[in-house]
Design a binder for this molecule. Structure first.
Ligand SMILES: Cc1cc2nc3c(=O)[nH]c(=O)nc-3n(C[C@H](O)[C@H](O)[C@H](O)COP(=O)(O)OP(=O)(O)OC[C@H]3O[C@@H](n4cnc5c(N)ncnc54)[C@H](O)[C@@H]3O)c2cc1C
Length: 449
């Protein structure tokens, strides 16, 4: 986090018992957006955020910086459960969310290197091209137009992102590239300026209706918000709620202008391709390529440990993939830094937000790799739910959704790791043959994604 405009000195830990109106567990985007919107709506509220390490320590401080309108569940999956209108409403709420994050960052003076350049997703095999066409057809089937997601021919796609072997792709304007840690640290300061109390180095050991208990005191409040995403399984009683799946990243040294002229990404478009095991990248404000992907193993009993953030096999595979995409990088461009972190995946790959009025327990998460924008929508929605305000947001289909629990171990370990391996095998087969992999179709059906 060395490019962060903040000293990262921990705020004081909780020191004794306290009473509040709302206590929030976790100071990532979810917890902090919730605190921010609550404090903005009602400055008299006593809002306390309890963070195990420091604000932004989790995925919010170390992600790929796509502030996108993506959701882990497709519009068709949402429509199957909640109907077509609800799926369309959810997608529009996400489009508006990208603008909202940019607006608040500007209003609050958060210099998160915002660049609203959209996303180009490349197709580099015939099988990927079929998925590009299907993605556009699905967006159009749910009220979208070319202005939301357009199919690109090979030249237009390569004109935005000149990767090797581009056959076509898609472009959506609904994404901004950001510096993730600058956003989350700036958000913590903005919440604090509005009267929110943030206690860092304060792990919540147990929580329940009306309270959150830490080693240095208990906060009692009628509303307790769980905003712990990939770390949720370590909380008592939540061991099977959200599985942590690791995503890892590398970043190059700043690249010379002549290299950028060959690669493109002139608007700092975020970029990816239509393979199964997700890859994602952005051109950073200081001219580096930041690039990430999944593929690191899931760890037994949903354990999360700092050493799991580093997997040399995945880092080398990311560097190799980056070289395949952009041969201009050759072998000379060095990787300046590597890191990783846990995503939160629910059993039905569906994000949700909710407040149980009987217990006062609230939650949000399950964003998989799409939490940067979604957590903002979650924060605004939780604020409305907690304040008892019926709004367009509280009527969205993800509100109150309860995902089924994950299987007990060792089934969970076997299932998640087998899925990760199947996706890799499907991509390898497609790269060899160019044809869609049957394994991938089977996997899609298994996880209902
Ligand atoms: C490498 C990587 C790349 C990603 N790229 C993207 C991307 O480009 N775009 C995108 O949309 N999404 C991306 N994501 C996902 C996105 O970052 C997350 O969905 C989002 O940040 C989740 O925010 P959160 O606040 O819910 O959780 P987190 O940011 O993980 O915050 C949870 C917080 O809870 C704290 N905590 C945990 N347990 C306790 C406890 N017991 N007591 C107190 N505090 C606790 C943690 O320390 C942490 O700070 C990526 C994730 C990773 C790891």
């Amino acid at each position: 986090m060395s490019s962060v405009d903040d000293e990262l000195a921990p705020r004081p830990a909780l020191d004794g018992d306290r009473i509040a109106d709302v206590v929030i567990i976790g100071a990532g985007y979810t917890g902090l957006w919730t605190a921010y919107y609550l404090a903005r709506a009602d400055p008299s509220l006593q809002i306390v955020v309890l963070e195990k390490k420091i604000a932004g320590y989790g995925a919010s401080g170390r992600n790929g910086g796509w502030c996108s309108a993506l959701l882990p569940s497709s519009p068709s999956a949402l429509a199957r459960r909640h109907g077509r209108d609800a799926a369309i409403a959810m997608q529009h709420a996400m489009y508006a969310t990208v603008d909202e994050v940019g607006r608040v960052a500007a209003d609050e003076g958060i210099d998160c290197h915002w660049s609203h350049g959209g996303t180009v997703t490349l197709a580099r095999t015939p099988a990927q091209l079929l998925r590009a066409e299907a993605a556009v057809a699905e967006t159009h089937a749910y009220g979208g137009t070319d202005a939301d997601l357009a199919l690109l021919d090979a030249d237009t796609a390569a004109g935005r992102c000149a990767a090797d072997g581009v056959l076509g792709g898609t472009y959506t304007p609904h994404c901004a590239a950001i510096h993730p840690a600058r956003l989350v640290r700036g958000l913590a300061r903005a919440a604090q300026r509005r009267g929110v109390t943030i206690h860092e180095q304060t792990p919540v050991l147990a929580y329940g209706p009306g309270l959150a208990r830490t080693p240095t005191g208990t906060v009692r409040a009628p509303v307790v918000v769980r905003a712990t995403e990939g770390y949720t399984a370590s909380l008592p009683g939540a061991g099977r709620a959200v599985a942590p799946v690791y995503s890892l990243m590398i970043v190059t040294e700043p690249l010379p202008d002549e290299v950028w002229q060959r690669i493109g990404l002139a608007q700092r478009e975020t970029f990816s391709d239509f393979r199964h095991l997700i890859i994602y990248g952005q051109r950073t404000a200081d001219g580096r390529l930041a690039f990430g992907g999944r593929g690191a193993p899931y760890h037994f009993r949903s354990r999360v440990r700092p050493e799991f953030d580093r997997d040399p096999r995945v880092f080398s595979s990311l560097r190799r993939t980056l070289g395949e995409l952009f041969p201009v990088l050759g072998d000379d461009v060095a990787v300046a830094r590597t890191w990783g972190g846990p995503l939160g995946v629910t059993r039905d790959w569906t994000a949700s937000v909710g407040l149980d009025h009987d217990t006062g327990l609230a939650w949000a998460g399950g964003y998989v790799g799409d939490g940067v924008g979604t957590a903002n929508l979650a924060g605004r929605t939780l604020a409305d739910l907690i304040l008892g305000a019926e709004s367009e947001l509280t009527g969205l289909p993800w509100v109150g959704h309860r995902s089924p629990r994950w299987e007990p171990e060792p089934l969970r370990w076997l299932g998640v790791n087998a899925s990760l391996r199947m996706m890799t095998a499907a991509d390898e087969a497609e790269a060899r043959t160019g044809r869609p992999s049957r394994r991938a179709a089977l996997l899609g059906r298994l996880i209902g994604h």
